[in-house]
Design a protein around this ligand. Structure first.
Ligand code: FES
Length: 114
């Protein structure tokens, strides 16, 4: 059986997996932090990732498309549902809490320089 490469950004980590592996499982094996809360049941939407070229992924199932709504047309996929069928590169969005803290720290630094 052949293996395919999954490339995670912004961590720049790569791993080879068997076709049919979900992006979430590939991420776990690559030690990439993809947030989850629902146990991969397409319920929490925390595992959203962005995939520009989706030719390396199986088509969305109906549940994934319904959950994502308009984001399905903007390149988002649920990592727990999207299955690898060929080489794929994806971006894991920054944790919103970390992003908020980073923005706050940046504002404080700006204030200190004024
Ligand atoms: S892990 Fe909850 S929607 Fe994917």
């Amino acid at each position: 059986m052949s293996f395919v490469e999954v490339h995670f950004l912004p961590d720049n980590k790569k791993i080879t997996v068997r076709p049919g592996t979900t992006l979430l499982d590939a991420g776990r094996r690559a030690k990439v932090n993809i947030r989850t809360r629902c146990g991969a049941k397409a319920a929490c939407l925390m595992c959203k990732v962005h995939v520009v070229d989706q030719s390396g992924l199986a088509p969305m199932n109906t549940n994934e498309r319904l959950k994502l709504g308009t984001q399905a047309d903007e390149g988002y996929r649920l990592a727990c549902q999207a299955k690898v069928v060929g080489p794929v590169q994806l971006t894991v969005p920054e944790d919103p809490l970390k992003a908020a803290i980073r923005a706050q720290l940046a504002r404080q630094q700006e204030d200190n320089f004024l």
